[in-house]
Design a protein around this ligand. Structure first.
Ligand code: DTR
Length: 340
């Protein structure tokens, strides 16, 4: 009886000692504060996922880690995001890999038109690819999330019902989407998403080629009254952390972040897929958008034109010393595995 009591007392004392040891540095130094930079404005899906991740980390670390978010390019802009993370301008940053096609060659391949039907499948394929090839491009950062957008559709001021309507049409796009538009005979104009609002207003572009939720989130539905459902090409995103910021984190916090990586990426994919559908319904209801479905027989022609885009990517990858064909074969295999 006495022995049991002694055991209980010493157990309780040890527990409190351990708890003090864990929490003392936090009490003295205050919570760990991390800056998270993002390029698009609040409420767009990359910023929604940022807010959700920040809240989740604060919750899972019981407030030991606090995230200060910087949406809308207030800390780092779209094109400088990756360099800004490496340099430590922000501890964490979200970037669209498609904006730098040559830099993120392997992961950007997941955006090629290889059959993923939605963001969920595209995101799982992206992770499979990343794990298998462990691309050098990320050696200076810690990747903490990665996701692919819903396959792109054409949003335009004039109706696009066939390839003829696309001839010379100036549409904003980036990365693999540029090659696809060129193959279809359109005139792609490269610029990050936030600049597109002004480009549309000024008539510099006649539309854009992107996942369709932007109709609502950027209010493009006011300018582009037509949406042609191509469902081809995705834009891969990643969220990465500065390596020093990562190395400074306590092991238990690193584990919480790692455990959240895939789960949060899939949360984002799911949110994005649903939001694309919701935004389309909103655009039809509030802006009377015409949705144009391309007949299957016509789409065969469009797909035929995309074959050289894939072949060119393989050639470019080979020239960079990457196994181009094996990567494309893997993407097809992973897509099938995940139900694409
Ligand atoms: N489609 C890509 C990426 C993208 C899709 N939705 C958003 C929202 C905010 C920023 C970027 C994106 C693009 O066209 O840039």
């Amino acid at each position: 009886m006495k022995k049991n009591l002694l055991l209980l007392i010493s157990g309780t004392v040890s527990f409190f000692l351990v708890m003090t040891f864990i929490t003392l540095p936090i009490v003295f130094a205050g919570p760990i504060k991390l800056n998270y930079a993002n390029f698009p404005p609040p409420k767009t899906f990359p910023s929604v996922q940022m807010d959700r991740w920040a809240k989740e980390i604060e919750k899972r670390t019981n407030g030991a880690v606090i995230i200060k978010t910087f949406p809308g390019g207030t800390l780092i802009g779209a094109k400088n995001m990756f360099d800004g993370i490496v340099a430590g301008t922000a501890d964490i940053g979200c970037f669209c890999m498609a904006y730098q096609p040559g830099r993120f060659m392997v992961t950007n391949a997941s955006g090629l038109p290889l059959g993923a039907p939605n963001s969920k499948v595209g995101t799982l394929v992206l992770w499979d690819l990343y794990k298998k090839y462990n691309p050098k491009a990320f050696s200076k950062v810690k990747v903490i999330a990665m996701f692919n957008t819903y396959p792109a559709n054409i949003m335009s001021k004039v109706p696009v019902r066939n390839l003829n309507d696309l001839k010379g049409l100036e549409l904003r796009a980036s990365g693999p989407a540029v090659a696809a538009l060129k193959a279809w005979g359109a005139t792609p104009v490269g610029m990050p998403m936030p600049q597109t609002v002004e480009a549309l207003q000024k008539g510099i572009v006649q539309g854009l080629f992107s996942s369709g939720e932007v109709m609502k989130d950027f209010n493009f539905a006011e300018y582009t009254k037509y949406m042609t459902m191509t469902r081809r090409v995705m834009y891969p995103f990643a969220v990465a952390m500065n390596m020093d910021s990562w190395n400074k984190l306590p092991k238990n916090v690193q584990k919480i972040i790692e455990d959240l990586s895939l789960e949060h990426s899939m949360w984002t994919a799911n949110y994005h897929d649903n939001h694309v559908i919701e935004a389309l319904e909103w655009s039809q209801k509030n802006h009377n958008i015409e949705v144009i479905e391309i007949p299957k027989a016509e789409m065969v022609k469009w797909d035929k034109l995309l074959e050289p885009v894939i072949a060119n990517w393989i050639e470019e990858a080979n020239a960079k010393g990457l196994p181009g064909k094996a990567i494309v074969d893997d993407i097809r295999k992973f897509t099938k595995k995940h139900g694409g």
